[in-house]
Write a protein that binds this ligand. Sequence first.
Ligand SMILES: [Zn+2]
Ligand SMILES: [Zn+2]
Length: 279
Amino acid sequence: MRVTLWGTRGSLATPGPETVRYGGNTSCVEVCGADGTRLVLDAGTGIRRLGGTIGHEERVDLLLSHLHMDHIQGLGFFRPLDEPDQEVHIWGPPSTTLDLRARLGRYLSPPLFPIRLRDLPCRLTLHDVPLDGFEIGALRITVALVCHPGPTVGYRISEGGVSVAYLPDHEPALGARQFPDGPEWISGYDLAEGADLLIHDSQFSSAEYAQRVGWGHSAITHALQFAARAGVKRLVTFHHDPAHDDATLDRLIEEARGGERLPFDLVPGTEGARFELGA
Ligand SMILES: [Zn+2]
Ligand SMILES: [Zn+2]
């Protein structure tokens, strides 16, 4: 399995010379299985460049964690959607109020966007993501609702004994004085347990988090605690705050590590990074 980070920024695209290393594009991750199955996780602004690498005949499956703007803003610029007859499936969390088409249509319609969702030329199918899991090609996808404002899911994608967990927007410490201990009290735990790679919300410094409890995000230290509790092999920090430039992120991640030996590899999430899992 190959995992590529096309956008690692949270909340708002943040291009500029001071964010060039971690990257300015918002959430988008590509997962490719050994059989060639390709999944796209979230449609932040990073999806535009990814679109240029996808074959015209290829089926595309786009899995949305939720519908906050930073996770769908790239949709209107994703080339496969513009391709007559290209087969595209968009999967998103179910909602009790409006279906996925109506919710995505709020963005993909005037005045926010000149083209309507229904006028896209591709062969588009929208799906409520099955919360009991599903398969695409040889990839097994596990889904769970996680702690974040509005219907939001995390994903675990497995193939032949290797797995990646994707929790870009997640506040597992919400409502707890200390980071929760027992697995049954940790949002998202089952998705991440024992994963080879965990891509996790790391938006805030600890001081910032104290001012932003309930916003749906993690302090970097929470991502480290979550990774340690879940027993993952590698943690990729993700969904960096727009206010954190490259130098600040280097410093905050080192502070969160605190000079300690961690029970997993800590990899600061940088745009363009690629991970090969398994044989
Ligand atoms: Zn987000
Ligand atoms: Zn969000």
